[in-house]
Design a protein around this ligand. Sequence first.
Ligand SMILES: NC(=O)c1ccc[n+]([C@@H]2O[C@H](COP(=O)([O-])OP(=O)(O)OC[C@H]3O[C@@H](n4cnc5c(N)ncnc54)[C@H](OP(=O)(O)O)[C@@H]3O)[C@@H](O)[C@H]2O)c1
Length: 270
Amino acid sequence: MEGRIGGWWALVTGASSGIGAEIARELAGHGAHLVLVARRESRLRELADELRRRHGIEVRVEACDLADPDELGALLERTAELSIDILVNNAGFGHYEDFVEIEWDSMRAQIEVNAVAPTRLCRHFVPPMIERGRGQVMNVASIGAYTPTPSFAVYTATKAYLRHLSEALDEELAGTGVRVICVNPGGTATEFLDHAQQVLKPHGDLLLMPAERCARIAVDKMLAGRRNVVTGWLNAIGMWLLRLLPRVTYPRLARRAMGMAVDKGSKAGE
Ligand SMILES: NC(=O)c1ccc[n+]([C@@H]2O[C@H](COP(=O)([O-])OP(=O)(O)OC[C@H]3O[C@@H](n4cnc5c(N)ncnc54)[C@H](OP(=O)(O)O)[C@@H]3O)[C@@H](O)[C@H]2O)c1
């Protein structure tokens, strides 16, 4: 199903699992060539083989720790000869733990991966998109971007940052041929919960959307020219209803909603 992005090059971060891997599959289905970025190179290689075989596209694998500014700088140099027309800032993680319990290094890495790296990637790839008069950025935030969430404070703050950045940048780029969409998933069945040390309550998995569906919505809405999307109608209604409430209530509501879905797990190794 090749469309208007057939033959375009897309760089997808966090393509080694979950939503990012599925976005890569969706884009490949539309005929886009891919640069797959994450730390787990063997997973990226497997996906690259699958997508080349199935769709006959070109795929490059780029192992990179986005929390390390030097590694990110080297990635930008290695991809310099490619015209990236689609940038998908999807890599991200959170730690579901009280603020004062999170080690600074882990907090800093969250801010680097979820906020600094996407900003740097936009700064790097958007100007050449403007010169070519075409391009698309997709920033994967979260419904946490709408709700300051206790025990997820840094994570939801980085996602609110990404949402603001996306919406302002999309307006700033009006008339250039370059668009920005912010995708806000709700609970999605990926490795995210394990990494966040979240343990689902019984039947909590019923609330999770499959990653394939989340990615399909993201790419469809991107192609439809949307600026912002919340995945899943229940999530969308929930985020809309928030407008009717005073903002001061959000953290308490978010704490309750989160507590209904998940418990805090133990740290790896404990
Ligand atoms: N799942 C949910 O419920 C949910 C809800 C709302 C928003 N989101 C957002 O959706 C996005 C995708 O998450 P997911 O649910 O698909 O989780 P996931 O399966 O854990 O995928 C996260 C991806 O980010 C990459 N990543 C993490 N740290 C990295 C680093 N330092 N350098 C490079 N890549 C890194 C991981 O690759 P490596 O480990 O191989 O590096 C992996 O490919 C994230 O931004 C997340 O915040 C998820």
